[in-house]
Ligand binder design. Structure first.
Ligand code: NAP
Ligand code: F7E
Length: 355
């Protein structure tokens, strides 16, 4: 069990309701932590990804606590921090969709850049001996200067999202150097899972393909199929976040698989598992093209593998199968509902908005 002064360690997470927040919460609870998460008020429930943990009678109200606040409101962050007095802070909250950041650049900067500064300032003013994790991103490499990318590769951000992430990255370094904060940047390459948001390309594809297989959907509209990404499994990547905060010294680490695939290859793999030819179902919609694209991301995580003794456990094919299997379950439930005469919501979530 992870303890501080004989008591269970306390972690505070922003973004607890997101993909990574849910996996990290499970990991920290398994290590004996008391977990506190920031949630923002919403007119509908946003806690689906952590509902199974929250409802566990051994955990609810004793080891997992949720607090209303917002990254754009520094006072609310400071209030929670003072109340919780965490040992570790994981700043995972963000408007994390690159495509949407071109449409809402100011809000994206408010959550990603200023939100990070709000968290760092709250920590500095609290004078608590906190260890801080910043969710930095491979998107910062953008128009890449070299391949593969490592901790020394210069950044060239290509979207409002990645510009804001670069700001957050350097503020994290600055608080480490200026104030001695134990602060780490995890430069994580794309990581996916059955809990991935449905407007990111991998999940959009696995949701659509499984629905197409069951006759619940006819077409899938996508943007640029030529981009390549280094896709890993979110469950593996949250382990790296935790490991960074357990070291003697803070640092910045690339976390990646070291293998890149195009969107076309992802389609091949998904539709192949379902014995379908994606070319019969996929059409291009220019709404999903971005004003500036990141063509290729491929990470070199040698430093993390040696210093943290971290490596990914789930490979590309296994990740795709995991997502297809999980989405097939959802599609089957939708099929049953549809047969019973209920209206079923499709995965073309954007419904006229870009994503
Ligand atoms: P995600 O699923 O989109 O989750 C984002 C989280 O941020 C959600 O909990 C969301 O809350 C919260 N949030 C958004 N705006 C907020 C605000 N104004 N105040 C408080 N919370 C807010 O993202 P993810 O995939 O788990 O990624 C986690 C972090 O890693 C993000 O910072 C992302 O930018 C970064 N990252 C992700 C990847 C990746 O491939 N997944 C790679 C590198 C870096 P709601 O549920 O209320 O919307
Ligand atoms: O796009 C292309 C798109 O939105 C991947 C975030 O977690 O990882 C993520 O950002 C690629 C891009 O992820 C569609 O143009 C084609 O080239 O799944 P994505 P992302 O932009 O790489 C990084 C590391 C983060 O930090 C971010 O938070 O796929 N693509 N057609 C499409 N993408 C989307 N979303 N939708 C399409 O229809």
């Amino acid at each position: 069990m992870s303890t501080a002064g004989g008591k269970p360690k306390k972690a505070f997470l922003t973004g607890i309701t997101g993909q990574d927040g849910s996996y990290l919460t499970e990991l920290l609870l398994s290590k004996g932590y008391e977990v506190h998460g920031l949630i923002r008020r919403s007119s509908t429930f946003s806690t689906d990804r952590i509902e199974h943990i929250y409802q566990d009678p051994h955990i609810q109200g004793t080891r997992l606590f949720l607090h209303y606040a917002d990254l754009t409101d520094g006072h609310s962050i400071a209030r929670v921090l003072e109340q919780v007095k965490p040992d570790e802070v994981y700043n995972l909250g963000a408007q994390s969709h690159v495509g949407v950041s071109f449409i809402n650049p100011v809000y994206t900067a408010q959550t990603v850049a200023m939100g990070t500064l709000n968290v760092l300032e709250a920590i500095r003013n609290s004078r608590l001996p906190v260890r801080y994790y910043q969710a930095s991103s491979s998107e910062m490499y953008g128009k890449v200067k070299e391949t593969p990318q490592n901790e020394k590769t210069p950044f060239h951000p290509r979207s409002p999202y990645s510009c804001a992430k670069v700001y957050a990255f350097w503020q994290t370094v600055n608080y480490r150097e200026a104030y001695g904060l134990f602060a780490c940047n995890g430069i994580l390459f794309n990581h996916e899972s059955p809990r991935r948001g449905e407007t990111f390309v991998t999940r959009k594809i696995t949701r659509a393909a499984t629905r197409i297989k069951l006759g619940l959907q006819e077409k899938l509209y996508l943007g640029n199929l030529d981009a390549k990404r280094d896709w890993g499994f979110a469950g593996d990547y949250v382990r790296a976040m935790w490991l960074m905060l357990q070291q003697d010294q803070p640092g910045d680490y690339v976390i990646s698989t070291g293998e890149a695939h195009s969107i076309r290859e992802f389609l091949d793999e998904v539709f192949g598992l379902l014995q379908l030819d994606w070319k019969q179902y996929v059409a291009q919609d220019p709404r999903y093209l971005r004003p500036a694209e990141v063509d290729l991301l491929l990470g070199d995580s040698t430093y993390a593998r040696t210093r943290l003794n971290w490596k990914p456990e789930v490979g590309f094919k296994q990740l795709v199968k995991m997502m297809v299997d999980a989405d097939m379950e959802i599609a089957r439930r939708e099929e049953t509902l549809k047969k019973a005469g209920h209206a079923v919501r499709g995965p073309e979530m954007e419904r006229g908005a870009k994503g």
